[in-house]
Design a protein around this ligand. Structure first.
Ligand SMILES: Cc1cc2nc3c(=O)[nH]c(=O)nc-3n(C[C@H](O)[C@H](O)[C@H](O)COP(=O)(O)OP(=O)(O)OC[C@H]3O[C@@H](n4cnc5c(N)ncnc54)[C@H](O)[C@@H]3O)c2cc1C
Length: 387
């Protein structure tokens, strides 16, 4: 297996549980500092506008997070999933077709009980928001955030305990093919790691490693860690995980964490980038953050920006994951295409990916199948732009 981010390590654990002998390569250290999975927090939400496929999958995942919390606590460790609830606000009245409106509608249709917000309720419950600017939306008590880097650390420990051979310091550079079958991988030292089945879950590096750049593309997205001077208002009960009119602003964020940091991220088309190229947050992105804080959280304007990061999505053209056996390279399975929203599904990813490796039928996998038509679309798109 290639890649020990959340896609790879959950798959490794599940495959080992099913009796497979698993070797996992990653340049390391683990969790890898440049991996998308390695951060202080990731949103865990049920809201997916009108898409009940993802909402149903997110409901199952949330149950999984609660079970993992119980297991971690039984082991004497801390919970790493924090159910703060999620606040999704809009700068105009919620309307059909809007992310907040359609999420609200589907939540209610599926029996959940989100609370509708108006400027008065926002001002009373979540006072740091400029309620004059945000006029509608909802708070949903289910959902919150996971300490993603610490989750991967815990999963790596579980992988070692399950007898998985973890080769940190090894980077796959090529597939080893024999008689038309992918029979292993070659690493940067020229060593071959033979396998009956090869799974590549290399995140934003997947497209480059496998020559699938027109299907799975690396794009960069900024993340900011701020240290507020006054911490009284940013605990989870008054400042839960949020999206701020996200379809229009792109901003989302988290309550203060145990290290006194408030994380804010920006979701958008992103910057296409070579995953091995140096990466940093630009002055424009920092200016964008300041403009957002001015409009939404003036109380954070004097907070120190203690860390920034350009984190990479493995973007598929349609935003769906890419979990499928390669029809052109028998013996190879690809699990990637996270498109910036995969971490919350950690508790169910292992099963989905293991079913794919074993070619076991699973109706959920239809959405993540090999989609050559997308590659064509991206080629056409590239042709269109470059004329
Ligand atoms: C800015 C940002 C914000 C996000 N926010 C959220 C969120 O709030 N909620 C959510 O659900 N999801 C979120 N995501 C998405 C989430 O982080 C990803 O879906 C998930 O982490 C992807 O996991 P992965 O295992 O595919 O990739 P990574 O975590 O990137 O892991 C890939 C691994 O492959 C290894 N690797 C790469 N090349 C090789 C090679 N040649 N040989 C061996 N190993 C290799 C790397 O070292 C790395 O460890 C966000 C992503 C970003 C970038």
């Amino acid at each position: 297996m290639v890649g020990a981010g959340v896609f790879g390590v959950t798959a490794a654990i599940e495959l080992a549980r099913r009796g497979h002998q698993v070797t996992l390569l990653d340049p390391g250290p683990l969790p890898h500092p440049l991996a998308a999975s390695t951060d202080i927090s990731k949103v865990v939400r049920l809201e997916y506008a009108p898409d009940d496929f993802y909402m149903a999958l997110a409901e199952r995942s949330r149950d999984g997070w609660l079970n993992w919390n119980a297991a971690w606590r039984r082991q004497g460790n801390q919970s790493l999933y924090h159910e703060t609830g999620v606040l999704m606000l809009s700068r105009s009245a919620m309307a059909p077709g809007g992310f907040e409106h359609d999420s609200w509608q589907l939540l209610c249709a599926r029996g959940h009980r989100p609370e509708r917000m108006d400027p008065n309720t926002i001002a009373q419950r979540f006072p740091v928001w400029r309620s004059a600017r945000y006029v509608d939306g909802f708070y949903h008590a289910k959902g919150g955030h996971a300490e993603s880097g610490r989750v991967v650390e815990a999963l790596v420990r579980d992988a070692q305990a399950a007898g998985i051979r973890l080769l940190a310091g090894r980077r796959a550079v090529a597939l080893a093919e024999r008689q038309g079958w992918v029979a292993g991988v070659l690493d940067q030292r020229g060593e071959e790691h033979a396998a009956d089945e090869v799974l590549v879950a290399a995140g934003a590096w997947t497209g480059k490693l496998l020559g699938l750049g027109d299907a799975i593309r690396a794009t960069g997205h900024p993340v900011f860690h701020l240290r507020p001077r006054d911490r009284s208002w940013c605990a989870a009960d008054r400042f839960p995980v949020f999206t701020a009119d996200i379809a229009r602003t792109g901003y989302y964020g988290f309550p203060i964490n145990r290290d006194g940091v408030v994380k804010i991220g920006h979701h958008g088309p992103g910057i296409p980038i070579d995953p091995d190229a140096p990466r940093s947050v630009s002055a424009d992105q920092l200016a964008g953050l300041r403009a957002f804080l001015t409009e939404t959280f003036p109380a954070l304007l004097d907070a120190e920006v203690v860390y920034t990061r350009l984190c990479l999505y493995a973007d598929s053209q349609d935003g769906d994951f890419w979990i499928a056996r390669d029809p052109n390279r028998p013996g190879l399975t690809v699990a990637s295409g996270d498109s910036g929203h995969g971490f919350k599904f950690a508790p169910v990813l292992g099963e989905l990916i293991a079913d794919t490796v074993e070619a076991k039928p699973n109706p959920l996998l239809e959405r993540f199948r090999w989609r050559p038509e997308l590659r064509l679309a991206r080629v056409r798109e590239a042709a269109r732009y470059h004329g």
